[in-house]
Write a protein that binds this ligand. Sequence first.
Ligand code: GRF
Length: 203
Amino acid sequence: MLKLAVFVSGRGSNLRAVHAAIEDGRLDARIVLVLSSRDDAAALTWCAAQNIPTASLQGVSGQDLERTMLSHLESAGAGCIVLAGFMKRIPSAVVQRFTGRILNIHPALLPSFGGKGMYGHHVHEAVLAAGVRVSGATVHMVDEEYDRGPIVLQRCVPVMDDDSSETLAARVLEVEHALLPEALSLLAEGRLELRGGRVYIKK
Ligand code: GRF
């Protein structure tokens, strides 16, 4: 069983999707910790009602960030990390400790529309401005660069002529909620193989 730490900064709909997949048996995992970058993340209120252990990293930075993260992860006994809308960079000591066991969900088809500044509505506005006909969601392994690690799963959605960034975001979010538990299942089943900078999915 995967012992999951979920990192959040906001509303936590992907966290709830992961939790739902665990509850209905699609994902063999337990959420041992939810770590938030902010004290006021809505996700934390939801966790309190579910009795899920939480911690906040608000006001923690630099060397302290690395130390604090590692100590929370260790005391929770976390075996892997999911970034579900987490707005801080992961310190390299954490990336190294959890290589191949940190997944991030991004609301576009990487490597397009990712990197610094590409979060929230900015992503969907950039997709609309580019005039591409498809967007989607990407789950990837995390390395030290924003949105650059090896891709695990991707799924497309169409971009419609009359889309606003809100309507596109909603279509992508629905796909995210299915894709993230699927990727975590593959990880839980030991089916993700990282080789030469690429992820292979074992049969
Ligand atoms: C999602 O769109 C995710 O792809 C991105 O941040 C958003 C988080 O939403 N990284 P939520 O907090 O899971 O609702």
